[in-house]
Ligand binder design. Structure first.
Ligand code: PBG
Length: 333
């Protein structure tokens, strides 16, 4: 048997495989999500996200500094545990846990890029990402335009407390433009927007909703989050957000939407984030706990696939684990 081309030649030895690898993970691509709640010295484990905690502003600042010291450039903050009301007013309180945490992180780790989730669902008594309007056919509606002004307040309060980028995640139409105008109006042209431009109505957010207590009290998020069968719509959403002033686009979840990640990268060429969400993490953790999956190999493969699909940055609950894996690998070489 004569063959000129033998693809296996490059696979036979580790060094060769490394030389021709097309996609490399790097610590510089990682963003670590962190959950903050009011209090002091709090480190409360989150059951559905093994290894993750709810932090108070003081302990969160210590954790953020540790994350930065591992070479991870950015964190993404989520708030929880505040008093809830119909409009989610604690979301924009200067005394809120997120705002306190921002100030504390900026003191503890000035180099770290700090991003904040801008949404109302963890702060509203009904758990939706916007304000409730009049019922239609017996069903309460989420008011788009009345929500925008509140999101602008949240973004301004985060910017005032030190956020580098704000990340609107509620899928309200026009949110990016409204927030851009509000930031500029407050003299915060320097604060960027990472838009959850393409966020699907997904079963993979389950563990997160437990982590921040943001499950909707009734109904679901289908009237604002995207239908998972759609990909042309993802492009329209992303184009709108770029036009409104988004600096970075995001696709969320990541693993079940790699085609969408690739499509946005190829067709728009904008900075692109992918959010490997709580359910992606939890399902691997759960299987690994039963000995059904090798967690380390599975996370490396998943995160590589997300970058291969076209993500420039990856938001992942495995950021620290991955940074550790990468450091160990570079020591071996
Ligand atoms: C808030 C928000 C959610 C997530 C991030 N921001 C939950 C939701 O839309 O219900 C999910 C994050 C994760 O699952 O890791 N709108």
């Amino acid at each position: 048997m004569r063959m000129n081309a033998r693809p296996r030649r490059l696979r036979e030895r580790g060094g060769l495989r490394a030389l021709v690898r097309e996609t490399r993970l790097d610590r510089d691509q990682l963003v670590m999500p962190l959950v903050v709640r009011p209090g002091r010295r709090v480190r409360a484990p989150i059951g559905a996200l093994p290894g993750h905690m709810q932090w108070s502003p003081d302990t969160l600042a210590e954790e953020a500094r540790a994350v930065g010291a591992m070479g991870i450039p950015a964190v993404l903050l989520f708030g929880t545990g505040e008093r809830k009301d119909a409009r989610g007013s604690r979301a924009w309180a200067a005394s809120g846990a997120v705002q306190q945490a921002l100030r504390a992180v900026k003191r503890a780790a000035p180099e770290l890029v700090v991003m904040t989730d801008v949404c109302l669902c963890a702060y509203t008594s009904h758990g939706h990402c916007g304000v409730l309007g009049a019922r239609r056919a017996g069903v309460a509606r989420i008011e788009n335009d009345a929500t925008l002004e509140l999101l602008a307040r949240v973004a301004r309060s985060h910017a005032a407390a030190g956020a580098d980028l704000v990340a609107p995640s509620g899928m309200m139409d026009g949110a990016v433009g409204e927030i851009r105008a509000a930031l500029d109006g407050a003299g915060r042209q320097d604060v960027g927007i990472m838009s959850y431009a393409v966020k699907y109505d997904s079963a993979f957010y389950g563990p997160f909703r437990e982590a921040v207590d943001s499950a909707p009290a009734f109904g679901d998020r289908r009237t604002y989050q995207m239908d998972h069968g759609n990909s042309d719509e993802a492009l329209r959403e992303a184009r709108l957000d770029l036009h409104e002033g988004a600096d970075i686009l995001m696709v969320k979840p990541a693993l079940a939407y790699l085609d969408v990640v690739r499509r946005l990268k190829t067709e728009l060429g904008a900075p692109l984030a992918a959010y490997s969400v709580s359910g992606e993490y939890a399902m691997v953790k759960a299987a690994a706990a039963r000995g059904w999956l090798d967690e380390r190999a599975a996370r490396e493969e998943m995160l590589t696939a997300i970058v291969r699909a076209g993500a420039d940055l990856v938001i992942t609950y495995w950021a620290k684990d991955l940074a550790r894996d990468l450091a160990a690998r570079s020591r071996i070489r």
